[in-house]
Design a protein around this ligand. Structure first.
Ligand code: TYD
Length: 128
């Protein structure tokens, strides 16, 4: 499976009306795992580079809730850059894929869902 097939983009339904939009993400329905952890990044800017690691155990879905950012994916063979700039799009990134998050707009809020609790020993740093 190539990197674009492994790192799928999900388009979540926007349940909008005159009051605005509402997006629902349900575990094992809209994304392929049970959620154990969420975390989010904000206050980054165009000079920020985050990530620079792969994970041995964790799978992720990245949802850029406001503003925009880019995620560079690398699996040791291929590279794939995704721009996230819509709050109803999720990028699924399975384990053993290197991730750099960069080119954040100053208003970017990047939400991450994961199927594992935080464990610093499962992070692989370097090796890109
Ligand atoms: P870091 O791994 O540098 O973030 P990123 O992958 O976005 O570059 O994490 C920043 C700090 O937050 C670091 O001290 C570890 C801590 N942290 C947790 O405690 N739990 C978590 O789930 C995450 C992702 C980070």
């Amino acid at each position: 499976m190539n990197l674009r097939e492994k790192c799928r983009l999900f388009e979540f339904t926007e349940r909008g009306d005159e009051r605005g939009q509402l997006v629902v993400v349900e575990a094992l329905k809209d994304i392929p795992f049970e959620i154990k952890r969420i975390f989010y990044i904000y206050g980054a800017n165009e000079d920020t580079v985050r990530g620079r690691h792969a994970n041995k155990k964790s799978d992720f879905v990245f949802i850029n809730l406001a503003g925009s950012c880019k995620i560079r994916l690398y699996d040791g063979t291929e590279e794939y850059v995704v721009t996230l700039d819509r709050p109803n799009v999720g990028l699924y990134v399975p384990k053993l894929v290197w991730k750099d998050m960069y080119d954040f707009s100053s208003d970017a809020v990047l939400l991450t869902l994961s199927d594992e609790y935080y464990d610093p020993t499962e992070y692989i740093r370097g090796g890109e």
